[in-house]
Design a protein around this ligand. Structure first.
Ligand SMILES: *[C@@H]1O[C@H](CO)[C@@H](O)[C@H](O)[C@H]1NC(C)=O
Ligand SMILES: *[C@@H]1O[C@H](CO)[C@@H](O)[C@H](O)[C@H]1NC(C)=O
Ligand SMILES: *[C@@H]1O[C@H](CO)[C@@H](O)[C@H](O)[C@H]1NC(C)=O
Ligand SMILES: *[C@@H]1O[C@H](CO)[C@@H](O)[C@H](O)[C@H]1NC(C)=O
Ligand SMILES: *[C@@H]1O[C@H](CO)[C@@H](O)[C@H](O)[C@H]1NC(C)=O
Length: 323
């Protein structure tokens, strides 16, 4: 009897990993992906003789199918294989810091209907961010930052119902923010568009979206940005620095939820709103604008340094000189 249980025990130990082994379809696909990346050193563990679910670095499986593919920090010299779309159970696709990963995002990616996390970050991917990216309706985090994507931001992104964050910062994107970003089908996502070549006016429609975080720094936007403000918004962080925004700050109502406000290096004019004294600010910078009038006294406003108020038209009062 004892021997029976003992053999049963060994039977499970030995057979369990075997039953969880990688599906041969996925293994073939992964080897094509490896080849398309020019068999880089970081994928040395991807050996056809071993189990791709248990032995291959960056591969995660559920019920023998590949559900996660994380490749990072390496010299790959290649492209995203068309066959990536055959890993139909993928939930997490996370590639980052891959020098010489070139080319575009293949259309086949739209076959990954279960994808929740999509990240291509710090690579040399280029070309447009395709409209068809929005067919990935389960995606929650879209991170395409630090690449060489150009062209305009696809308006179809607003049709992705589960998005929580759009990170397109540090690319070469042109045009403005799509009109459609005033009406997301799902919750309004955090928006990171900094350090691109975006320009022109922000569409008025965006006043309808209550963003938690907006970062547009280091572009060439112009005109009004007051649609990002509003008494009834719940915005926490707003960075509009290093653009050419031109609007009257005395006309905006500050959301009480704001903890970080950076308007530095724009052409913002008017006076500082009194509401500033009610905010629990941890970052504040209005330097290099055309603001004028007395700085509201109270709250945390005087905790900030001269540098955060400097280079305006005629601001006065602490921490600057008396009016
Ligand atoms: C999202 O994923 C679930 C399973 O995780 C799937 O049933 C559903 O069809 C997917 N949604 C879309 C829009 O593809
Ligand atoms: C994007 O870059 C490619 C390659 O440099 C260029 O051929 C193409 O015209 C650019 N597209 C846009 C819209 O700027
Ligand atoms: C920024 O936009 C202005 C027009 O609003 C244009 O004259 C200028 O050349 C642009 N600068 C850059 C660096 O693209
Ligand atoms: C916020 O206020 C504006 C005008 O004051 C109004 O049109 C809008 O519907 C309000 N939004 C919410 C979410 O209450
Ligand atoms: C505010 O902006 C100015 C000008 O860019 C910069 O010198 C200063 O360090 C900034 N302050 C903070 C706290 O970021």
């Amino acid at each position: 009897m004892k021997l029976f249980y003992l053999s049963l025990f060994f039977f499970f130990i030995i057979s369990f990993p075997r039953s969880e082994s990688c599906s041969s379809i996925d293994k073939t696909t992964l080897l094509k992906i490896k080849k398309s990346l020019n068999n880089p050193q970081i994928l040395n563990s991807w050996d056809p003789e071993t189990d791709c679910c248990t032995d291959w670095i960056g591969v995660a499986c559920t019920h023998r199918r590949v559900t996660g593919l994380t490749i990072s920090s390496g010299d790959v010299d290649g492209q995203i294989a068309e066959e990536i779309g055959d890993l139909i159970d993928l939930v997490i696709l996370d590639w980052s810091s891959l020098s010489r990963l070139r080319g575009t995002i293949p259309r086949s990616i739209t076959k990954l209907k279960n994808l929740v996390y999509l990240r291509f970050r710090i690579t040399e991917l280029s070309g447009p961010i395709p409209e068809y990216i929005s067919e990935l309706q389960n995606v929650t985090f879209l991170d395409l930052s630090f690449n060489r994507f150009n062209g305009s931001i696809p308006g179809s992104i607003s049709q992705m119902p589960n998005l929580k964050a759009i990170q397109l910062n540090h690319n070469k994107l042109t045009g403005s923010v799509p009109e459609s970003f005033g009406s997301f089908v799902g919750k309004v996502p955090d928006l990171y568009l900094g350090n691109n070549h975006l320009s022109g006016e922000i569409p008025k429609s965006l006043s309808k979206s209550d963003f938690n975080i907006v970062s547009l720094l280091g572009n060439n936007f112009s005109g009004d940005a007051s649609m990002f403000f509003g008494h009834n918004k719940t915005t926490v962080r707003l960075d509009l620095s290093r653009n050419s925004f031109h609007f009257d700050l005395s006309k905006v109502k500050l959301a009480e939820s704001l903890v970080s406000l950076d308007l530095s290096h724009n052409r913002v004019y008017g006076e500082l709103p009194l509401g500033l004294t009610k905010l629990r600010l941890d970052h504040f910078n209005i330097s290099f604008n055309r603001l004028c009038g007395s700085i509201p006294q109270g709250g945390l406003v005087q905790n900030f340094e001269v540098y955060e108020f400097s280079n305006n038209l005629c601001l006065c009062g602490a921490p600057l000189q008396h009016c």
